[in-house]
Design a protein around this ligand. Structure first.
Ligand code: COA
Length: 164
């Protein structure tokens, strides 16, 4: 697969993970805009990261390199919800999303969280694969909750993964 990983020769081991900080808001907003039709701007990410209910991690190229992906969650123990997860288009398909989810699970379980929820558009194949591989199961469905790029209604699937 071409892209950032191949061009720079980065593999799984060169991707580092750490908790997100306020200074990551701009990079997170850029990734979000590259990944979703309705982007959240950096002010929105700053606000979200400052919220005491938020938990977020970033994947970087090497320990101090560019942000390649993030996961952002919010919740009150023992339950928490994934608000957003995104990986740079050029870095997708190399396990970065999976590592972000796993890093979040480990840290959240240590904090006492026992269940993670999320909502995903039924046509989002990459996200559905990631969540299935990460142990999420479908627990509900909201018909017509999303609009696809062509304006068609699409269901939202609600998923849950127990981490305790
Ligand atoms: C969803 C997303 C975060 C996945 O990140 P990623 O780093 O590419 O995912 P990974 O490489 O860790 O792949 C995780 C699993 O999903 C599978 N997968 C990833 N992309 C896939 C695709 N396009 N089609 C099918 N399966 C796919 C992988 O094979 C992998 O399974 P494996 O561990 O058995 O090999 C990424 O595609 C993305 O940013 N998408 C846009 C934003 C988005 O839709 N976020 C989710 C909103 S609910």
């Amino acid at each position: 697969m071409s892209g950032l990983f191949d061009r720079f020769g980065f593999g799984r081991r060169e991707v580092a993970l750490r908790p997100a900080r306020a200074a990551d808001a701009e990079a997170m907003a850029r990734l979000h805009a590259a990944s979703f039709r309705l982007g959240w701007d950096s002010a929105e990410f700053e606000r979200l990261l400052a919220n005491r209910l938020a938990r977020a991690w970033v994947a970087t190229r090497g320990p101090s390199g560019a942000v390649l992906g993030f996961i952002l969650l919010s919740g009150v123990s023992p339950e928490i919800e994934i608000l957003s997860i995104a990986v740079a288009p050029s870095a997708r398909g190399h396990g970065v999303g999976r590592r972000l989810v796993e890093a979040a699970f480990g840290a959240l379980a240590a904090e006492g969280f026992t269940a993670v929820f999320l909502e995903v558009e039924e046509g989002n194949r990459a996200a559905l694969s990631l969540y299935a591989r990460s142990g999420f199961r479908e627990i509900g469905r909201r018909e017509g909750y999303y609009r696809t790029g062509t304006g068609q209604p699409a269901a939202a699937l609600t998923m849950r993964r127990d981490i305790a």
